[in-house]
Design a protein around this ligand. Structure first.
Ligand code: NCD
Length: 310
């Protein structure tokens, strides 16, 4: 029985672990289509509204590629300044319009809680592509897909999350999911950018007590996965505070030489300077494969919520 049809994807906590595994299984089947090696037109005649109120490269393009690869069409915008938002239209009204014109909505908005609000005003499913410093569930699913395909399993891995854990929405969604799958976690960040208390408490409720640290080399000693994030400059209330923390942690080839041989380095991208390009040619670098995984995972989500796959 398909229990995904018509559902919104606002937070990864909307899904059970079994549902997450199922989404990842469907995504695996989508890989040859995402690569263009196989053809599939299950979205023929369907329209996705792609509403990006905040900059995006991977999330928007992979959502749109996913829809096109499945034979569907896309309407929308990548900059709300060319829309009636500029005239003062509310988010609720913009969503009502997208709901009237499409079968599914993919959206990104700078305000936390905006995707939940959109889901209330839309009859068609809303897929949250990031709501401010809140959640980024589709990124979380592609991160889990990457860990599963690179390491063979999710649970049991030792994961180090590094960087801006306060404002980085990808790590909020991922931490919550990884704790549910039983991963050990260490959070390495400048003190003022450590993981929010609510997210740490969620881990503890799921039976995992994360370690908090400022010492990257020590945390990496026996890690299986290093998940690096960008310092979220645009979410800092004060530019001087950003300057104090920017560039504090840089992952380079030399640092990784002391780690497990099969350690994978992930990053939701864009990177600024937190991963040196000398890491790109090492076997540790998984971030470009991770970015590709956005396409099959979003194909899976679109097909499931529209009832084209079970
Ligand atoms: C992230 C985001 O927008 O939250 N990017 C992404 O979706 N791949 C990470 C970031 O902007 O730092």
């Amino acid at each position: 029985m398909n229990c995904f049809k018509g559902r919104d994807v606002v937070s990864v906590n909307d899904f059970t672990n079994a549902e997450i595994e199922h989404i990842l299984d469907v995504a695996e089947k989508m890989v040859p289509i995402a690569r263009g090696e196989e053809k599939n037109r299950i979205m023929d005649g369907r329209v996705m509204a792609s509403l990006f109120f905040e900059p995006s490269t991977r999330t928007r393009l992979s959502f749109e590629a996913a829809m096109y690869r499945l034979g569907g069409k896309v309407i929308g915008f990548s900059d709300a300044s060319g829309t009636s938002v500029k005239k003062g239209e509310t988010l609720a009204d913009t969503i009502r319009m997208a709901d009237a014109y499409s079968d599914v909505i993919a959206m990104r908005h700078p305000l936390m809680g905006s995707a939940r609000l959109a889901a209330e005003f839309s009859k068609v499913p809303v897929l949250n592509g990031g709501d401010g410093a809140g959640q980024h569930p589709t990124q979380c699913l592609l991160d889990l897909f990457t860990i599963r395909s690179e390491k063979g399993k999710i649970g049991g891995n030792k994961v180090v999350l590094l960087g801006d854990l306060k404002y980085g929405r990808t790590v909020h969604s991922l931490t919550s999911a990884l704790s549910r799958f039983g991963c050990e976690m260490t959070f390495v960040a400048p003190e003022q950018l450590q993981m929010p208390k609510e997210v740490i408490n969620e881990c503890i409720e799921h039976g995992v007590t994360p370690c908090l640290s400022t010492n990257l080399a020590e945390a990496l000693a026996d890690a299986d996965v290093l998940y690096v994030t960008r310092i979220q400059k645009e979410r800092f209330p004060d530019a001087a505070e950003y300057e104090r923390v920017a560039g504090l942690y840089i992952v380079n080839k030399e640092l990784l030489s002391g780690c497990k041989k099969d350690l994978i380095v992930m990053h939701p991208l864009p990177r600024v300077n937190e991963i040196h390009p000398d890491v790109d040619s090492t076997p540790h670098a998984a971030y470009f494969r991770q970015a590709f995984n956005g396409v099959p995972v979003r194909m899976a989500l679109i097909s499931l919520v529209l009832g084209a796959m079970e």
